[in-house]
Ligand binder design. Structure first.
Ligand SMILES: [Ca+2]
Ligand SMILES: [Ca+2]
Length: 72
């Protein structure tokens, strides 16, 4: 796939993901997002969640996170 991030980018994303995933369970919840980006309005986080949470479990897996930030 042409949109697949390369290894370097993937390592960066892993770091970013781990920084937001404060309890380290491998998923980013809306609450963790809000804690990491306190300036971001709740509705912006909500719409991020809606567009990025492709399996609808209410949290971001690393795969969903990569897909979200890899979009233009
Ligand atoms: Ca978490
Ligand atoms: Ca999900």
């Amino acid at each position: 796939m042409s949109t697949e991030p390369n290894g370097e980018r993937l390592a960066e994303l892993r770091k970013a993901f781990a920084a937001i995933d404060t309890d380290g369970d491998g998923f980013i919840t809306e609450r963790e997002f809000g804690e990491h980006f306190p300036a971001m309005p709740a509705e912006a986080i909500g719409s991020l969640n809606q567009s990025g949470d492709s399996d609808g479990d209410g949290r971001f897996s690393f795969e969903e996170f990569v897909r979200l930030v890899s979009r233009d």
